[in-house]
Design a protein around this ligand. Structure first.
Ligand SMILES: Nc1nc2c(ncn2[C@@H]2O[C@H](COP(=O)(O)OP(=O)(O)OP(=O)(O)O)[C@@H](O)[C@H]2O)c(=O)[nH]1
Length: 352
């Protein structure tokens, strides 16, 4: 038996209730995960606890370990951060595939257990535990914690998402971007040249793109709002399939979408967005057959105000619309051109 908290009955119940209060007090998914792992550590006391997430990418399903806690023999513990799981165990894959709990016991009595996390009837992740075997009380507690986590995850997930497309909604923008930027500062500080298992190329920065459907009003006017919604839904699905799971995809309202890209070089991003525009041009949408999009992109560093970056991307988008639509423009390039034309090297030109 590997129980964490040992306290008299009444006190134990109080500690337990407080822990549940802490789980349900959280307002974002990262804090929820942290509360769950802390609670399992406190009440069940495992050697390792990890949360895995299934990430659907264009080419394959990848798995991310979003949080892990390692406890050594002296009870000292260490947190480990988000990373891509390069070689997921067959048990983890099978748990994610079957949505069933899997438990494997070694000769030495160490037990590995994978518990699925199910959202809208689909397995979206798993909680993995390494322990010296769980007694029945710990198993009951563990299952209850996991189910509370699952229920609360569903609530938070719904609050973060746009109802029509399922993409992140505008209200989450500040928090999500702040988290991403903090992560980049930490990586810079550690001199880390990798993002997950991807190489960060020299000269890479984050980018923010605003994608806006061209002449979308005509779609609504001609076919009605419900048909317009169908077009937006398919476009969002295409974006989800095309871009990496680590890029943040938002619907900002109407026919306007925002993507925050993890560090990459501008030439690489241009290639990717050109390919995206090509894919959209050749996709057959319901009712309208074809649509095009205009895109404005601005560089984003951890030291920028997100609102200023949004304004810059919006100016580049305006330029794309103004120049005929179905185009991609980078804000810094427009500034460079205008600077040259105006001979104004302050960069303080009234652009648009
Ligand atoms: N179907 C649907 N339409 C929406 C939604 N939100 C906003 N719209 C419509 O999106 C259209 C946006 O029109 P405009 O801003 O004039 O832009 P546009 O017609 O795409 O023209 P350009 O962007 O200049 O190419 C309007 O008709 C809005 O009513 C929504 O949730 N569903």
């Amino acid at each position: 038996m590997s129980s964490g908290v040992t306290a008299p009955g009444g006190l134990m119940q109080e500690v337990l209730l407080n822990s549940l209060v802490n789980i349900t007090k959280t307002r974002d998914i990262d804090s929820l995960e942290y509360s769950l792992v802390s609670t399992i550590h406190e009440f069940i006391g495992c050697q390792q606890i990890a949360i895995y997430k299934k990430m659907d990418t264009p080419d394959a399903v990848s798995i991310e370990r979003s949080l892990a806690l390692y406890v050594d023999d002296d009870g000292q513990f260490q947190w480990s951060e988000r990373c891509e799981e390069e070689e997921p165990s067959p048990e983890l894959i099978s748990c994610l595939h079957s949505a069933c709990t899997i438990s494997v016991q070694s000769n030495t009595g160490v037990e590995n257990r994978w518990i699925p996390v199910v959202l809208q009837e689909k397995p979206v992740g798993a909680i993995a535990l390494t322990s010296v075997g769980l007694d029945s009380q710990s198993q009951v507690l563990l299952n209850a914690f996991c189910r509370i986590f699952e229920n609360y995850l569903a609530v938070l997930n719904e609050n973060e998402r746009d109802k029509l497309t399922g993409l992140l909604n505008r209200q989450t923008f500040d928090k999500k971007v702040a988290d991403l930027m903090q992560k980049q500062v930490r990586n810079q500080y550690r001199g880390q040249a990798h993002e997950g298992n991807r190489m960060i190329h020299p000269g890479s920065t984050s980018w923010l793109a605003i994608i806006d459907v061209d002449y979308f009003k005509q779609v609504n006017d001609r076919y009605g709002h419900v048909c317009g919604d169908e077009v937006l839904l398919l476009l969002a699905q295409k974006m989800n399939e095309f871009f990496r799971a680590s890029d943040l995809l938002f619907r900002f309202g109407g026919e306007e979408f925002v993507i925050v890209f993890e560090p990459t070089r501008s030439d690489m991003l241009r290639k990717r967005l050109d390919a995206f525009m090509d894919m959209i041009r050749s996709t057959r949408f319901p009712f309208v057959a074809n649509i095009t999009v205009s895109i404005g992109v601005a560089r984003m560093s951890p030291y920028d105000f997100p609102i200023s970056v949004l304004e810059n991307a919006d100016r580049a988008l305006y330029h794309a619309k103004d120049s005929g639509r179905d185009q991609l423009h980078f804000f810094h390039e427009i500034v460079e051109i205008l600077d040259r034309e105006n001979g104004d090297l302050d960069g303080d030109v009234d652009l648009f």
